[in-house]
Design a protein around this ligand. Structure first.
Ligand code: GTP
Ligand code: MG
Length: 394
């Protein structure tokens, strides 16, 4: 290393200093000073790398990885700048228009009638919208043209009925939230709130890294796309990771994949988990299961019996604890080596209140000594302070 430092020092010296013999004493003092500076800098970097907690977010598409990352940014007080806010706004407009197009199309295909005949025209107007090729997001002037139609359509019982049958087609879950808030979002001066940002949906393409410092611990979170076409990029991020947060959308037990419109989403998620958890590369990496979208799961069990898709389920299908226990067991069984603890956590990534408590780690020397049944997630030396109830070891 000192050789590298010496040659770096040489490079940093002014060219004339090394040529002029009269300056040789002066220049060698300067070289030593620079060398010390570089040594100190490298030592600082080495310490930072050793301390760095590198967390990889994995899971199927739409499980909530990017939402979790946004949540971390919000919790850590990292504001979104003006440009980011305007990008979210345009994404939200696009989410709404695309979502309503899906609903209008589904109403037609499911043979549901309009409540008001007038809405046929409004439906045609929304169907005439086409995203510009290669441009993501919609601008406010363009969105204004559709606000009245969107509002009338969302109030129509035909569209509402199509919405209740959404598991039969592909509809982003956040559409309801945005349409319920159309009066606010439809204002020309609209700027997204933090809650809106958490609901904005844009599939991740590629690899997105984000750095945080939480209680003096440097964290690097790596977010990847979870859709099938994106997964071949995952291996590029496997180097030097401390922990994997495996996200699962726990409410999707009755839904099929966007990618092939056949495979059950939960089955796909379990298959991905099986590949990750049994991979030799991750022998010394802690894997934490995040059973996300608890808010949607609470609603889902009221109307959809999990036994329809998972006949092996035992328990009360309307009881949240029974369904969650079944999900945890199903993922746990995918592990070939059960001696290593696997922690799980029930989350709602769009819920700022709960997440603020549950995702806040701190560094404690006692963490590694904590028993398997504790709340310690073995996140490097970091510890999750759990919400109620605490995460449990499988
Ligand atoms: N209701 C509810 N919605 C959620 C929750 N977590 C995420 N979402 C929404 O689910 C959608 C998908 O979330 P993303 O964070 O984009 O999913 P992802 O895993 O990053 O998806 P890919 O980038 O395609 O891999 C977004 O519209 C989020 O707002 C949750 O806990 N509850
Ligand atoms: Mg994403």
């Amino acid at each position: 290393m000192s050789g590298v430092v010496r040659s770096l020092s040489r490079c940093l010296l002014p060219a004339e200093a090394s040529r002029d013999p009269g300056n040789s004493k002066e220049s060698s003092r300067e070289a030593r000073r620079k060398s010390r500076e570089i040594d100190a800098m490298l030592a600082r970097e080495r310490r930072a790398v050793r301390r760095l907690v590198k967390i990889l977010l994995l899971g199927a598409g739409e499980s909530g990885k990017s939402t979790f990352l946004k949540q971390m940014r919000i919790i850590n007080g990292q504001e979104f700048d003006k440009k980011a806010l305007l990008d979210f706004r345009d994404t939200i407009y696009e989410n709404i228009l695309k979502g309503m197009r899906v609903l209008v199309d589904a109403r037609d295909k499911l043979g549901l009638s309009w409540q008001s005949g007038e809405n046929e025209k409004q439906g045609m107007l929304v169907m005439s919208w086409e995203g510009r090729v290669g441009v993501s997001g919609v601008e406010p002037g363009e969105f204004q043209l559709y606000v009245m139609a969107l509002s009338a359509l969302w109030a129509d019982s035909g569209i509402q009925e199509a919405y209740t049958r959404r598991s039969e087609f592909q509809l982003s879950e956040s559409v309801k939230y945005f349409l319920d808030n159309l009066d606010r979002i439809g204002q020309l001066s609209y700027i997204p709130s933090k809650q809106d940002i958490l609901f904005a949906r844009k599939a991740t393409k590629g690899i997105v890294e984000h750095d945080f410092v939480i209680k003096k611990i440097p964290f690097k979170m790596v977010d990847v796309g979870g859709q099938r076409s994106q997964r071949q990029k995952w291996f590029q991020c496997f180097d030097g990771i401390t922990s994997i947060l495996f996200m699962v959308s726990s409410s999707e037990y009755d839904q099929v994949l966007m990618e092939d419109r056949r495979t059950n989403r939960l089955v796909e998620s379990m298959n991905i988990f099986e590949t990750i958890v049994n991979n030799k590369l991750f022998l010394n990496v802690s894997i934490i299961l995040f059973l996300n979208k608890t808010d949607l799961l609470v609603d889902k069990i009221r109307t959809v019996n999990i036994c329809k898709n998972f006949p092996e389920f035992r328990g009360d299908p309307r009881r949240l604890e029974d369904v969650q226990a079944f999900l945890v067991q199903s993922f746990s069984r995918k592990r070939r080596n059960r001696s290593k603890p696997l922690f799980h956590h029930f989350t709602t990534a769009i819920d700022t209140e709960i997440s603020a408590l549950s995702f806040m780690p701190s560094r404690t020397p006692s963490c590694r000594k904590t028993s398997k049944t504790s709340c310690c997630s073995d996140l490097g030396d970091a510890r999750w302070h759990p919400p109620h109830p605490p995460p449990t070891v499988l």
